[in-house]
Design a protein around this ligand. Sequence first.
Ligand SMILES: [Zn+2]
Length: 399
Amino acid sequence: MRALCWHGKENVQVDTVPVPSILNPRDAIIRVTSTAIGGSDLHLYDGVVKTIEEGDILGHEFMGEIVETGPEVKKLTVGDRVVVPFTISCGQCLSCQQELYSLCDNSNPNAWIPERFYGDTTAGLFGHSHMHGGYAGGQAEYVRVPFADVGPLKVSTEIPDEKLLFLSDIFPTGYAAVERCKLRHGDVVAVWGCGPVGQMAIRSAGILGASKIIAIDRYASRLTLAKQGGADTIDYEECDDLEEELKFRTGGRGPDVCIDAVGMEAHGTTAMAKVDRAKHVLKLETDQPYVLRQVIQCCRKGGRVSIPGAYVGVVDKFPIGAAFAKGLTLTMGQTNMQKYMQPLFDLVEAGRIDPSEIITHRVSLEDAPAAYRLFRDNRDEAVKFVLKPGAPRVLADEY
Ligand SMILES: [Zn+2]
């Protein structure tokens, strides 16, 4: 089969590799009909995340059709159409029973690596590093899906792939980032980063009853999409003092809920951001917390800060004093996907939201190396790529 494989920093290629087979009785094999490129893929592409190996298949957002099931798969049968969450969960451990699916005790065969770094293991992830299990990803024609009765959501419907595909990650991730802040009547929500997760957070904030949504980014295309999603926008490169601007727009208080949808690869222009970049290069600091500091500084006292943007290691000069003094609530983590997929599917089916409106590029799986370069550089107004295995190529090699 054809699959997008990692060959080193900024080097991915579509290779011909063996088709996966059933390894465990609870596995299913899925023929991928649509897959996407997300921000976490760029962390692998840029070489920020370690424990990835030559030949690993990337991709954690995908959906398709069941073509084979193991003997213990009860809920799914060959021919079922499913969306697959990016986290792998056993459904039986204490974490899964408490609906903390992203913290599953049993789905990461390399549990010793996060145990050493973080003190405990979390769920295995598709198409990520070996630290998260080393599972082959979904930017491929076929994928092996473990614990198939627990993860995939069956979608027997006429709704097209591109409206449902983002139930695999970014829609639940953006939604959960807002939902766990428990919005109150009249709350203002500010979202840093108008990439795919930020876009979903903006739209979810509208559904969950925010009185005003303020979106912060520097790319015109992303700000335009944010506006379409119901947000007021700020281009931070055009703004002298973001903290003042946010106070001005919120009656002098600051936003009630602040969402860092950027994460560890934040871009900043201040002296502190340059120190972060230098320390990152020297490996004195793994993540660049420029946005996180700003979020905590700008959040109103008593407010809630939510972090769906990924961080992996350690940061410097975390403003714990400001967070403490203002009594902020911080909430973060990978999304507990299974808790959200069905209710969010219902919202799509009811026409309350159309996640496909953030798609900017529809390409072939064979275009994936060019698509990664485009997405990384945000050239050609790139926000979200959807890849179709078997579709004709549309991107030129010079990308
Ligand atoms: Zn579990």
